[in-house]
Ligand binder design. Structure first.
Ligand code: AMP
Ligand code: MN
Ligand code: MN
Length: 324
């Protein structure tokens, strides 16, 4: 990890982009709306600059984020056949280790790291990290705005989806007035936020709702009412015909219980237990997630651990109890 945490100047970012035609865009594992919206938004901006961006993926893109991807985007699966592109732009990822099977690609290429995680480890040759930004999509908008890049309707829609997704449509504590201003501008550039809302929250699959019902029936509250948690095991996914890609947003149901400071959701996956944390007012869940090898934001974090589900639940809840 580089010793300094100094951001490059916007002019240096412009100099990284100007001379090249081809860019490979990468985001984090289990991509969320900010990740997909930022990848698509950046790709549309680069296209307007007459560049050839390629989005590298290694997991299917969930239906709810497909709206960010309209037409004419080159999306390639990470594999041997991936075109050999020397310049990589990584979005919404705190470290190289968040890139799953794409992580190795960074070693032999020049990397621009654009992110908003406070624990970002400045893994790029160039770094543009703004923890005060509500979403990676906000940073991309600010870059485009400063450099007078043309934001077409596709870019506007994708960046709006990124910002609205990471702010929970302006409901989360990371929502500043700038996020509203930026989304207003993106609306003026053609982003339809009702469509984005329907896309993010209005296309639940019945089987995912049955999955949620199984989880919610097990809600436990502990720590003097300040901790709420529930789990889903492999059997739940099997019986409902779902996968862990169908549990987006479930953790919020635990956080939104009256009096609760922290909501925690445990998902038994094929090869690990995934833990999601969301807090309301004061608990720095990124620190707790970091103590289990993960990370994230002060009010939204996650980690992956190995071990049996009930043991992991005990370990995590006991740790959280020390802090609420
Ligand atoms: P999630 O609960 O998966 O939606 O994750 C919430 C946030 O925590 C994400 O936006 C990431 O910033 C971060 N995060 C999730 N999983 C991990 C992980 N395994 N390692 C580091 N950060 C993570
Ligand atoms: Mn993300
Ligand atoms: Mn983000």
């Amino acid at each position: 990890m580089p010793e300094t945490r100094v951001n490059n100047a916007i002019a240096e970012i412009a100099d990284f982009i100007a001379p090249e035609d081809e860019f490979l865009l990468l985001g984090h594992e289990d991509a969320d709306g900010d990740c997909i919206g930022s990848l698509a938004g950046m790709a549309y901006l680069l296209q307007e600059l007459d560049k050839n961006p390629v989005i590298g993926i290694y997991q299917p893109i969930p239906e709810m984020f497909q709206l960010a991807i309209q037409d004419d985007l080159e999306i390639e699966k990470i594999s041997e056949d991936l075109p050999d592109i020397n310049r990589i732009i990584v979005l919404d990822s705190s470290g190289q280790d968040r890139l799953g099977p794409a992580a190795d690609l960074l070693d032999s290429r020049t990397v621009l790291n654009i992110d908003h995680h406070e624990d970002n480890d400045f893994f790029g040759e160039l770094n543009f990290v703004r923890p005060e930004s509500a979403a990676a999509g906000m940073i991309i908008f600010e870059l485009a705005d400063s450099l007078n890049w043309k934001i077409n309707q596709n870019a506007a829609r994708a960046l709006a989806l990124a910002i609205l997704s990471d702010t929970g449509f302006f409901r989360y504590s990371n929502t500043g007035s700038r996020a509203l201003e930026v989304v207003q501008e993106l609306m003026e550039l053609g982003a339809d936020i009702h469509k984005i809302s329907r896309s993010l929250y209005g296309q639940n699959k019945p089987e995912a709702m049955r999955l949620l019902g199984r989880g919610l029936s097990r809600i436990e509250v502990s720590g003097q009412g300040r901790i709420a948690y529930f789990y889903l095991n492999r059997e739940d996914y099997r019986i409902t015909g779902t996968s862990s890609r169908d549990n987006e947003g479930f953790v919020n149901f635990a956080r939104n219980i009256s009096g609760v400071e922290v909501g925690i959701f445990f998902s038994e996956e094929v090869d690990c237990i995934k833990v999601s944390f969301r807090s309301n007012d004061y608990l720095r869940v990124n620190d707790i997630a970091a103590s289990f090898g993960g990370g994230g934001h002060p009010r939204a974090a996650g980690c992956k651990t190995s071990g049996e589900l009930d043991k992991v639940i005990d370990r995590v809840i006991n740790e959280v109890k020390k802090h609420v």
